[in-house]
Ligand binder design. Structure first.
Ligand SMILES: Cc1cc2nc3c(=O)[nH]c(=O)nc-3n(C[C@H](O)[C@H](O)[C@H](O)COP(=O)(O)OP(=O)(O)OC[C@H]3O[C@@H](n4cnc5c(N)ncnc54)[C@H](O)[C@@H]3O)c2cc1C
Length: 393
């Protein structure tokens, strides 16, 4: 007892001396030199086996971009009430649940108990499922089904404002609707984490720069074309995890500067299978059917239709407001140990479990703009793969 009291007195005295010393500007080391904090564990990034001989497919598709954003209005065509749900640019998967929630609410407002959905891509499948979950009978009419739809040729990342509209069209009303769509989609995707087949997961994504002061812009300075809207930071900052920087020496990619973000990824093969399985098991019908003109809508059984034809709406409804934005993917043999994405120079890499994805994304978002060509370019695919390979040399 006595012992502990005298020790406490001693400590109090030393503590006071320390404080006085600190105020005087001198330091007293009572416990000896402070040990250095333990070094953070080095960042481990499993090397990517990026060689052109491992390319399994080169696919091309066109994003359905509209300057004014997705079309979600209601029209009467050939005696039918048609709710449009198309024109989502590079954000179709990301916004699908939110956009289809709006379309289905409009379709249900007609009071019909039986609804037809035209199209079986990201927007058609989510429209059909949401209508079905609301208790109505649904038939999907589509020229093609996954994996032969454009949606199946996407990168598979949560990119809710990618080429969604031009800045000039991002009015307060548009922003409100976009925010509602993004939040509803994000919320829905959280219910698909941890499922068998891993349809949805979060990955780390690294921006890789050659110099410390670099950044990637959506538009090259001096470009006088209309800028694409950027909405995420302004409207859903709470859904964006903070980034972390890794200077040279703290990671295995040589002298580069890395910035890490965490992002949601869709393994589109298992994800689309999951959506179609739910639709079919709940009694959903699918009819393979190509429509050639708006008056053919009159031949469909249902009086209320959701039009989710994506880029196909350009030809079917003569909607010239849809501008193609070409995008090509090089798919590669999966590498289960690689669980992170990369953005380096003009190339993006996504570690999808159903096949690695390499893509030339150009210098800015105008890359591929108004280019409807769908012929695969082998040299572009090899450039994407070889650019990533340089990081591991
Ligand atoms: C390279 C690339 C990468 C992308 N990456 C991403 C990404 O990472 N994240 C993201 O959110 N988005 C991404 N996108 C965008 C996304 O793929 C699209 O926004 C989305 O696929 C659009 O889906 P959709 O359902 O409207 O159209 P589609 O997938 O084209 O589906 C249209 C459906 O309608 C049918 N159809 C069309 N015309 C007719 C007709 N006349 N008669 C009958 N049926 C018809 C088709 O057969 C199909 O079933 C990417 C796009 C590209 C090109």
């Amino acid at each position: 007892m006595e012992d502990s009291v005298s020790r406490r007195r001693l400590l109090t005295g030393v503590g006071a001396a320390c404080l006085a010393g600190a105020l005087d500007g001198c330091t007293i080391e009572f416990w000896g030199p402070k040990p250095a904090p333990p070094a953070p564990p080095p960042l481990h990034l499993a090397p990517i086996t990026a060689t052109p001989d491992r390319i399994t497919a080169i696919t091309v598709c066109t994003r359905p971009f509209r300057a004014q954003g997705p079309r979600l209005d209601v029209e009467q065509i050939a005696g039918k009430t048609v709710v449009h749900n198309y024109g989502h640019g590079g954000s179709g998967w990301s916004l699908s649940w939110g956009s289809s929630t709006i379309a289905v609410q409009k379709a249900l407002a007609t009071g019909e108990r039986s609804i037809g959905v035209i199209g079986c891509g990201a927007l058609g499948m989510t429209s059909a499922l949401l209508a079905q979950r609301a208790g109505v009978r649904v038939t999907i009419y589509a020229k093609e089904l996954p994996p032969n739809v454009r949606s199946s040729l996407a990168s598979g990342l949560w990119t809710p404002d990618s080429r969604i509209c031009f800045e000039d069209y991002a009015t307060p009303e548009f922003k409100q609707q976009w925010q509602a769509m993004a939040r509803e989609s994000f919320k829905t995707y959280q219910t698909m984490l941890g499922l068998q087949g891993i349809p949805v997961e979060f990955i780390d994504n690294y921006w890789v720069f050659d110099e410390s002061n670099m950044e990637r812009r959506r538009q090259t300075p001096g470009d006088t074309r209309p800028p694409f809207a950027e909405l995420q930071r302004e409207l859903i900052p709470d859904l964006i995890p903070h980034s972390e920087d890794f200077p040279p020496g703290t990671h295995p990619l040589g002298s580069h500067y890395l910035r890490r973000n965490t992002q949601m990824m869709f393994n589109l093969t298992s994800y689309t299978q999951m959506l179609l399985a739910e639709f079919r098991s709940a009694g959903g019908q699918i009819e393979i059917k190509e429509l050639h003109a708006p008056n053919e809508l009159g031949s469909l059984r249902e009086r209320t239709l959701i039009n989710a034809t994506g880029y196909g709406a350009r030809a079917l409804f003569g909607d010239q407001s849809i501008v193609p934005v070409r995008g090509q993917l090089a798919r590669m043999i999966p590498q289960p140990d690689v669980n992170y994405g990369l953005l380096y120079r003009d190339v993006s890499f996504v570690p999808r479990r159903d096949g690695l994805v390499f893509q030339v994304i150009g210098d800015d978002d105008y890359y591929g703009y108004n280019d409807a060509t769908t012929t695969p370019e082998r040299s572009e695919a090899e450039h994407a793969v070889n650019t990533v390979a340089t990081l591991f040399k």
